[in-house]
Design a protein around this ligand. Sequence first.
Ligand SMILES: N[C@@H](CCC(=O)N[C@@H](CS)C(=O)NCC(=O)O)C(=O)O
Length: 236
Amino acid sequence: MLPSWTENQELRSMSEKPRLIYFNGRGRMESVRWLLAAARVEFEEIFLDTREQYVKLIKDGSLMFQQVPLVEIDGMKMVQTRAILSYIAGKYNLYGKDLKERAFIDMYVEGITDLMHMILMFPFSPPEAKEKNLALITERATHRYFPVFEKALKQHGQDFLVGNQVSWADIQLMEVILAVEEKTPAVLLAFPQLQAFKTRMSNMPAIKKFLQPGSPRKPPPDDHYVSTVLKVLAEE
Ligand SMILES: N[C@@H](CCC(=O)N[C@@H](CS)C(=O)NCC(=O)O)C(=O)O
């Protein structure tokens, strides 16, 4: 039997590349880019550069909570970064093999996200708060978050954080390690497990490709990125 029109639409959208709608910079979308790259999924991007583009998305009902990131995938318009990431992780077998593995992946990912949130807000901090905020990122990475992953990798004795295969948690850990190192290059000195983890992850073909110039990975935020975000989101 031929598929119905709706099934046809569904089949068509299932075979289309995901489309990422966000600013031309890291922000909350960067973890989505990392996860898709790790899953070897090609994607398209639309960059928001003007307030008009953003208002249009709100008016046409694309943004459930009037916020980006927006990812069009499998016929859905997905918002909320965590929902997007967990859908991708589930779809591409990066979300553990059972509920308990998922529970650990969730805990690790939430911790990493808390640290990442400090990093992604950093460029928007006022000049007089920059030094303090940078010190706080380094302090939290060194004393709260990285020790957890150092211990987890050591006790678990596997190449990866959960089970014996790569998961969403590993990809986000790799992303945050590189982001903290950009700010504090020596931050891994006291973490031999994390150093070895970083080397292993960097050598995975999909990650290696993503780390090469010309990939969809975005550079560290600069003044242009900050002013674009403020301009697009600013209310009149
Ligand atoms: N919980 C949401 C937060 C999204 C969010 O705050 N997005 C910002 C841009 S990075 C935004 O659209 N802000 C506009 C607003 O909140 O009105 C998520 O994780 O996706």
